[in-house]
Design a protein around this ligand. Structure first.
Ligand code: BGC
Length: 735
């Protein structure tokens, strides 16, 4: 959009606002105020009161940030991600939107000094396999957001990790639709428990960041339903988000925000979704996206035109957008506002207990850090007077975080911020920021008798010299990832593999702590003593890592995505579109279909470096007494016993292993349990029948063929402990 257009847009917006302000809150009394009516009915009544201009004003809004050339931030907006003016005449509040996947964000420090609790990354959360932590985290973010005046959280990232190089995998919840769907749904439920609206995003198949505006995700319909769409479906059923954010990419040839099939047929049709679809920021390309199911244009100055402003009004006048559809758009927004209690004397701004929220961040990190290998039993560290070298990764300062719109300016500040620069809108967001939680400091506090020395790792020879003089080495290796870009490959960047090799050669008692936004290759795996995946561990990450290393916390994280042995184990040897110029559309063919991640590894008989679901503990768990019941679906129960000497948490996993002799692998259940030594517990799960089914595109339904279904209980996707089977009856289910 040209600068003068932006100014015009700004003028239009501010004129609108002046008009509202003039109407000075003379709230009309209306039947919609009757709280005994349903949100649907109340929205219908209120919607009928809107003038055309008022209705249109609810359907678009700017990103209230001071980008060069952008219109001024509207009065009444909180600088941040999004703003949709309200209609004071009718008491309709403005929508004040903030990014919130990992905490309330403060992009470009636009609200100077405004910090928030930074939770660990989505992958760390997914590694907890603990839905309650997802709920608690969501509720904590929502309280902070409400206290800052926001009422819509752009949260609930549920895209599956199809490509391990995807720059946003860290924001999402791994590669499995059940795990991602449950955790996203619980986080949304937590958020909305605070009278705040949450989104679920980015609908759908936003599987890579490279040229994301021109990537056409190609997938077979049945495969889509059984994978990414299933994750969204489960998240929506559980969380009932007020809004769904469509994505930047195209899906099977149509932009996801103008995709009749996805929005009208699947989301609003098959799933009966009652909330509204908001666009991603800069993802609208035409006014007729309204006919394809898009209800609201967000961050409008990032689009070529304000499609849902005057242009939409003109289209409505010309009859190309029917009045009924226009009304449906605003009614959906109002419905979500009613459902979230926006009109019913919401409680005042909540009092925020930052210590309690820090404790939630710590808990997520405690349960999300994954002990990948401990071959030499180096961990937990002994409490004696040993000499410990801590190397690299800015471990003396803090823990790494991922970048982009989800980046949180954390409570406690960012002791290290390395600007990355670059061009374009995202450049302002690109910085490698560390949360103020130093693992080195935390280790020193926990091991007062040890001699702990630090080397920054810039020169492998110097690091190796310190390693040689030490009894044990803890080396931090980082992979910084960001929205807007993918990893070029799966190697640790900036020569860190060579650093690890040099250090491990000097002292094989090396513990490698990975801070990454996804899986990385480990050519040095067999030369080191232990490997810990800390992901991006949030504002209490340093303490959480140290607690795992010294055994104060018994590790219980499990991988929510496969760590491959090589990048060739995925369908695309390079990130598709890597070398293409902007604006050139290209296909990303998801030929793996619904066999995302571990399912494809199983189908192809490939051996990963570390499988989905893998994670070690300092205690041991035994599984027995498996019972598998068939019928309409599978009901599985078994007993877990802590057979070791320490209290610990386990996340046993139940997989469908086959149907009628055909081998399959699908996670159908999991549970996080906490057991004292010797304690046992029976775990019972009832499988979501869609996980036993295939999507029958022609019949437009889920179909369970019926027959003998094999079940395994295991410690990971490849480590089976118990197996059983049962007869499941043939049936179909609505899409
Ligand atoms: C991201 C969304 C985010 C929005 C607003 C976009 O670039 O894709 O996830 O909510 O910006 O900041």
């Amino acid at each position: 959009m040209k600068v003068h257009q932006l100014f015009k847009a700004a003028l239009a917006t501010s004129l609108c606002l002046t008009a509202f302000a003039g109407g000075a809150m003379a709230q009309a009394k209306g039947a919609w105020q009757n709280t005994s009516l349903s949100p649907d009915e109340r929205a219908r009544l209120l919607d009928a009161e809107l003038t055309l201009d008022e209705r249109i004003s609810l359907l678009h809004g700017p990103m209230p940030l001071p980008f060069p050339g952008s219109p001024p931030i509207p009065e009444g907006a909180i600088p941040g991600a999004g703003y949709i003016p309200g209609v004071p005449r009718l008491g309709i509040p403005a929508l004040k939107e903030t990014d919130a996947s990992l905490g309330v964000t403060n992009p470009m420090n636009v609200r100077p000094g405004d910090t928030a609790t930074a939770l660990p990354s989505g992958l760390a959360l997914a590694s907890t396999f603990n839905p309650k932590l997802s709920y608690d985290g969501g509720a904590a973010i929502a309280k902070e957001a409400a206290s800052k005046g926001f009422n819509v959280l752009l949260a609930g990232g549920a895209n599956l990790a199809r490509d391990p190089r995807n720059g946003r995998n860290f924001e999402y919840l791994g590669e499995d639709p059940l795990l991602a769907g449950i955790l996203a749904g619980e986080s949304i439920r937590g958020i909305q428990s605070q009278n705040i609206i949450s989104t679920v995003k980015h609908f759908s198949l936003n599987g890579q960041e490279t040229n994301r505006h021109w990537a056409n995700s190609v997938i077979d319909e049945a495969a889509h339903r059984e994978s990414d769409l299933l994750a969204f479906q489960i998240a929506i059923e559980r969380g009932q988000p007020g809004s769904v954010m469509c994505a930047y990419n195209l899906v099977n040839g149509a932009y996801s925000c103008g995709n009749d099939h996805l929005l009208n047929k699947v989301l609003k049709g098959d799933w009966g979704y009652k909330g509204w679809v908001m666009s991603d920021w800069g993802a609208v390309r035409a006014t007729d996206f309204a006919l394809k199911g898009l209800d609201q244009q967000s961050g409008q100055q990032l689009d070529e035109k304000i499609w849902f402003g005057d242009l939409l009004k003109e289209a409505a006048a010309a009859g190309t957008i029917p009045a009924e559809r226009l009304s449906d758009m605003s009614r959906r927004i109002l419905r979500s506002m009613f459902a979230a209690g926006f009109f019913d004397g919401k409680p005042g701004k909540p009092v925020v207990d930052l210590d309690a929220h820090a404790a939630i961040a710590k808990q997520v990190a405690d349960e999300g850090i994954v002990l990948l290998a401990n071959d030499k039993g180096l961990l937990p560290l002994a409490a004696g007077s040993q000499k410990i070298a801590v190397i690299g990764g800015f471990a003396d300062q803090g823990v790494l975080s991922g970048a982009g719109s989800s980046q949180v300016t954390s409570v406690g500040g960012n002791p290290v911020v390395i600007p990355v620069g670059g061009e374009g809108m995202l450049a302002a967001f690109l910085r490698q920021a560390y949360h103020n939680s130093s693992p080195l400091k935390a280790l020193k506090e926990r091991l007062p008798n040890a001699t702990i020395r630090f080397n920054d790792g810039r020169y492998p020879a110097a690091a190796a010299a310190l390693a040689r003089q030490s009894d044990i080495v803890i080396l931090f290796a980082n992979q910084w990832m960001s929205e807007g870009m993918d990893a070029y490959d799966l190697k640790l960047p900036q020569g860190q593999d060579a650093l690890i090799e040099a250090v491990a050669e000097a002292n094989p008692n090396a513990v490698i702590v990975l801070q990454t936004g996804g899986p990385v290759l480990m050519p040095w795996k067999d030369k080191v003593g232990a490997i810990v995946s800390a992901w991006y561990s949030g504002q209490k990450g340093g303490e959480a890592i140290a607690d795992i290393l010294v055994g104060k916390t018994n590790p219980s994280g499990r991988l929510p995505l496969t760590f491959p042995a090589s990048a060739d184990q995925y369908p695309h040897p390079e990130v598709p579109g890597w070398n293409l110029p902007e604006k050139q559309q290209f296909d990303v063919v998801y030929e793996e279909g619904s066999d995302v991640g571990y399912r494809r590894f199983a189908a192809k008989g490939m051996k990963p470096l570390f499988p989905f679901g893998h994670g070690l503990s300092y205690t041991t768990f035994a599984y027995d007494k498996l019972k598998v019941k068939g019928g309409e679906t599978l009901e599985v129960s078994f007993q877990v016993t802590n057979t070791g000497k320490l209290q610990g948490k386990d996340a046993p996993q139940i997989y469908l292993a086959g149907a009628n002799g055909q081998k399959l692998q699908r996670l159908i259940g999991f549970e996080k349990i906490d057991l004292k030594p010797g304690e046992r517990r029976t775990v019972t799960i009832k499988a979501d029948p869609r996980l036993l089914a295939r999507f029958d595109e022609q019949g437009h339904q889920w179909r369970i063929d019926g027959g003998d279904y094999d079940v395994v209980v295991g410690r990971s996707a490849t480590m089976t402990v118990l197996s059983g089977k049962a007869r499941v009856s043939q049936r179909t289910l609505k899409p």
